[in-house]
Design a protein around this ligand. Structure first.
Ligand SMILES: [Zn+2]
Length: 386
């Protein structure tokens, strides 16, 4: 099967002679009849909800990509949309004024919006893969793009869409396996350099998660200083705070953690000691959580997923507590038993109670039967919040 990437077709080209069948809810043809938008095997147009269709137009107006589109080229030269019919139908319906978008607080149809905006939409170039092959090849291909990922991953697509000076320089730095820094970076960043995972990470950090907007805004930049400086700041910060590198550090959201904690002072010797202690703690299930836990001054136990008491332990403690309580005529929740309301002598069912560390885990209390007590759910929650 042959595939070719086309980047020269504009919205205008695709929507030329657009035909939409209102009755069947189908976009039928584009490119002056050369393109079949809704081949029989495709689902009907489902974007006409005033949200998804409007979002397509908004993206185009803002210069954001609307993603890869796939065409199949038949033997007779006719093109069929394999993937992208919802987006194309949205574009076609908009430029033929079938639905309106909000502009400056007003509902506006294509024919009513400013000429420059009309031109922007019509002139937008799409990213289209044209595949040519037998029906079974096409079906196989269609399955692949729909189920197990596309030939290009998300960042690779963005690189294609926003190709230019900025991407070239950024790739030289972050997508180059010859870069001698990669080894160091790989302690903190997961994925493959060549699949653009490092570049994606650097962009994610500097843009605070708005990669596409950042790439669009910086497309024609002739340097990558901001990207590089920010990335180095994050790496240097992590490197300075945590001198001992562990495999769980790889792939953590360091950009976000940097934003939140970099102005807070840390004693790297104390941090290393705490880190070692926590790594040796059998009760900690989530070792990846250790880093944010330490950065947040060891307050948020939830990050560590401390091991709970197992069911046999809970049952055994429950039975013992309940028998003793019944003998004394008090509640089997030791905290209820101290109170003065009607719960003072209430016997809770096992399902109404939760296991609690008598001595808190954070104060060295073990997760074993001798440090377990059952509390009613209300008291357990109240204690846990302290
Ligand atoms: Zn209670």
């Amino acid at each position: 099967m042959k595939t070719a990437l086309h980047t020269e077709w504009t919205v205008k080209d695709i929507c030329e002679g657009f035909v939409y069948n209102e009755l069947e809810g189908k976009g039928l043809f584009g490119m002056n009849g050369r393109l079949t938008i809704q081949p029989e095997y495709q689902r009907n147009y489902i974007y006409a909800d005033g949200k998804k269709d409007v979002a397509v137009i908004d993206s185009v107006l803002k210069g954001y990509p609307i993603g890869l589109i796939y065409f199949n080229k038949r033997e007779d030269g006719q093109l069929e949309v394999l993937d992208g019919q919802q987006r194309i139908t949205s574009l076609g319906r908009f430029v033929t004024s079938k639905f309106a978008i909000k502009q400056d607080g007003m509902e506006q149809y294509f024919r009513g919006i400013a000429k420059d905006k009309q031109d922007k939409i019509l002139g937008t170039k799409l990213l289209i893969y044209v595949c040519e092959g037998t029906e079974s090849e096409i079906k196989e291909w269609f399955k692949t793009i729909n189920i197990v990922g596309v030939p290009l991953n998300h960042q690779e697509i963005l690189n294609a869409i926003y190709s230019g000076t900025f991407v070239t320089l950024a790739k030289e730095k972050f997508s180059n396996s010859q870069n001698s820094n990669i080894n160091k970076w790989s302690s903190y960043i997961s994925g493959a350099v060549k699949r653009q995972d490092y570049l994606q990470c650097a962009l994610d950090w500097v843009s605070k998660g708005e990669i596409e907007k950042y790439m669009s805004d910086h497309r024609h930049d002739t340097d990558i200083n901001e990207l590089e400086n920010y990335f180095n700041s994050v790496i240097d910060w992590v490197d300075g705070v945590f001198v001992n590198i562990e495999k769980e550090m790889c792939g953590l959201p360091w950009g976000k953690l940097y934003e939140e904690y970099h102005s807070h002072p840390y004693d790297s010797v104390k941090v290393a000691k705490k880190q070692r202690e926590l790594y040796e703690d059998y009760y900690i299930k989530n070792k990846k959580g250790i880093y944010e836990y330490i950065l947040g001054d060891c307050k948020d136990n939830k990050l560590l997923e401390v091991r709970c008491f197992d069911e046999p332990t809970k049952k055994s403690v429950y039975t013992k507590q309940t028998n003793e309580a019944k003998a004394k005529g008090i509640s089997n929740c030791p905290l209820c038993a101290l109170g003065h309301d009607t719960n003072r002598s209430r016997i809770w069912k096992l399902t109404d109670m939760d296991a609690d560390h008598v001595t808190a885990w954070s104060k060295g209390g073990a997760t074993n039967i001798s440090n377990c007590q059952m509390l009613c759910k209300t008291h357990n929650r109240a204690k846990g919040n302290k």
